[in-house]
Ligand binder design. Structure first.
Ligand code: DGL
Length: 271
């Protein structure tokens, strides 16, 4: 039994999609969430900058005594996971492996689409994992830099003309490639699932990378006997690097529940 909380971080609100699944699977666990809302989006930044930011995010989370950290960010998972893992003596879980494994399981024709931030697509990390599991699989990748700002501004619902126009432009080429599985390689994208599904049609399986990561983490902790005891209700604490104003409202949409917990502001440059 391990009663320490689990740390979770992302550049902003997107990682809450992983947190939602984690709390659903492990309702007894305490979770500390950090969203780097003052520096979002990460997706267009260089590897050097991403490593610097990710180190600070982890350093803040490690002011708590944690059982492990979930990198609920495709961009950091694809670009800095090796560095974070090497520098920390607690488990650091990223989204690439569990999500690629799920995509390989899901595809029938071996044509897997991948969408993510520019940094994630540039890294080639998902392709490497997929090739190691199924060398004949083809990956069709597209960077979708406008998706994160759309989501962070609440513009993700079907019928939103801007979201639908942007999605059609990004996704039509992947549809034309004949993919049967599409990896939503950024934890912000599940909010756009209905818009994305509307373009891709019902025959394309959407793989949510944050959800897959949460499942892997839950399974690993259970296997290792590292969960809190039974009959407990876990608590979430939220930290952000920009104003706390408006966070609870948007976070409630991401988590599909009322966020009533306090949200605290962190000066991330101090870490
Ligand atoms: N949610 C993040 C990801 O999964 C970050 C996106 C961004 O900040 O650009 O990649």
């Amino acid at each position: 039994m391990d009663t320490r909380p689990i740390g979770v971080f992302d550049s902003g609100l997107g990682g809450l999609t992983a947190l939602r699944e984690l709390s659903r699977l492990l309702p007894g666990e305490d979770i500390i969430y950090f969203g780097d809302t003052g520096r979002v989006p990460y997706g267009g930044r260089s590897r050097e900058t991403l490593i610097r930011y990710a180190r600070q995010d982890v350093a803040f989370l490690r002011t708590f005594d944690l059982k492990g950290i979930v990198v609920a960010c495709g961009t950091v998972s694809t670009t800095a996971l090796d560095v974070l893992t090497a520098e920390n003596d607690i488990p650091i879980w990223g989204v690439v492996e569990p999500a690629s494994d799920a995509a390989v399981q899901a595809t029938r024709n071996g044509k897997i689409g991948l969408i993510g931030t520019q940094a994630s697509i540039r890294s080639g990390a998902y392709e490497r994992r997929i090739a190691s599991l199924r060398p004949d699989a083809q990956v069709f990748a597209a960077a979708c830099p406008l998706f994160v700002p759309l989501v962070e501004n609440g513009r993700f619902r079907p019928g939103d003309l801007v979201a639908e126009t942007v999605a059609a432009e990004y996704l039509q080429p992947l549809k034309a490639d004949g993919i049967d599985t599409l990896m939503l390689g950024c934890t912000h994208y599940p909010l756009l699932k209905r818009v994305i599904g509307g373009v891709m049609g019902p025959d394309v399986t959407l793989v949510d990378v944050g959800e897959q990561c949460a499942r892997r983490v839950a399974g690993t902790l259970r296997e290792r006997g590292s969960l809190t005891g039974p009959g407990r209700t876990g608590r979430c604490r939220f930290f952000v690097s920009d104003s706390v104003e408006g966070f609870s409202g948007l976070a409630s949409i991401f988590l599909q529940r009322d966020v009533t917990e306090d949200v605290e502001k962190v000066d991330i440059w101090n870490y």
